[in-house]
Ligand binder design. Structure first.
Ligand code: ATP
Ligand code: MG
Ligand code: MG
Length: 284
């Protein structure tokens, strides 16, 4: 008994976020550091038609004076899993974040350094002088160098058959490169690509009927693709740390470009592009 629970803890893999945000739990569950925003989403999602597409929520627990959200471990039952984290949407910051930053721009040296590390030419002369950029500026720039702005999704991290985690996708913009990555990720297996497509198409249909989806700006959320050699596969919606209810007079479409004030996130634009990209990958 001890053996497999130990093995599970070791094989749990995290493709994004700070490592300290997660803690192992008993078999089949994981703990994520509490956020009121994410907690409210998971509670609401348990009552929504989207429930089959999100990790099951098991309430809150305390560990070492820190509150955690307990949820389903989506890697449960997989052998040497292949995992991909794909961030959905044409925008990765909240309208509120933008409004705040415009009111009171806080220069961020850490973001300036990250920007220069990826592209030394990116900062403006003014930013270079300050050796700092604002957060929305950094995030908008990141969206423009990745496929986020153009396609409405970007790959954040990948591991193939429990191998090393690759995160060098920040500048991946072209559809061809993304298709190559899906081939590497699935080892070109059509059965797995087909299963992913079917799940995404069902998800797309369910999103149209979701009360939760109509009323939430879904920002920085990902689709987590998981499969293993035996051909077990699934895709899940995760990470609701920035998914926030829109003002009551607004109902979101999710399939139109964003303009300031509309709260539109382009989630369905991204999902559609992801589906056609996977279809083309299948026929490569
Ligand atoms: P960020 O906001 O920087 O993306 P985060 O701290 O909000 O990070 P998540 O994005 O929710 O964290 O998750 C980070 C990674 O942890 C995911 O990419 C995935 O690999 C793993 N993960 C998250 N939730 C689960 C889950 N329920 N089951 C299995 N793996 C998960
Ligand atoms: Mg995430
Ligand atoms: Mg997050």
């Amino acid at each position: 008994m001890v053996h497999w629970s130990l093995r599970r803890q070791i094989s749990w893999v995290q493709l994004a976020g700070h490592e300290g945000n997660f803690k192992a739990s008993e078999r089949g569950h994981i703990l994520k550091k509490f956020s009121a925003v994410e907690n409210a989403c998971l509670v609401a999602l348990m009552e929504d038609v989207l429930r089959p597409y999100v990790p099951t929520y098991y309430g809150l627990v305390e560990r070492d004076e820190q509150t955690y959200i307990k949820m389903e471990d989506l890697l449960m039952g997989l052998e040497a899993p292949s995992i991909m984290d794909c961030k959905i949407g044409i925008r990765t910051y909240l309208e509120d974040e933008l409004a705040k930053a415009l009111l009171k721009p806080t220069p961020r040296k850490d973001m300036y350094n990250k920007m220069v590390a990826l592209d030394p030419e990116a900062p403006t002369p003014e930013e270079r002088k300050q050796q700092a950029v604002t957060k929305p500026r950094y995030m908008q720039w990141r969206e423009s160098v990745s496929s986020t702005a153009l396609l409405g999704f970007r790959i954040e991290g990948v591991t193939v058959e429990a191998g090393p985690v690759k995160k060098n996708f920040k500048k991946m913009k072209s559809r061809d490169k993304i298709m190559e990555t899906f081939i590497l990720f699935t080892k070109g297996r059509k059965d797995i690509l087909a299963a992913y497509l079917e799940r995404l198409e069902n998800m797309q249909a369910t999103l149209q009927n979701s009360e939760f989806f109509r009323k939430h700006e879904v920002i920085g959320s990902s689709l987590l693709f998981v499969h293993d050699r035996r051909g077990f596969s699934n895709v899940w919606m995760i990470d609701f740390g920035k998914t926030t209810p829109v003002p009551s007079h607004i109902t979101l479409r999710h399939d139109v470009p964003w303009e300031v004030g509309t709260h539109e996130d382009g989630y369905l634009l991204g999902l559609k592009n992801l589906i056609t990209t996977l279809q083309d990958t299948m026929h490569m």
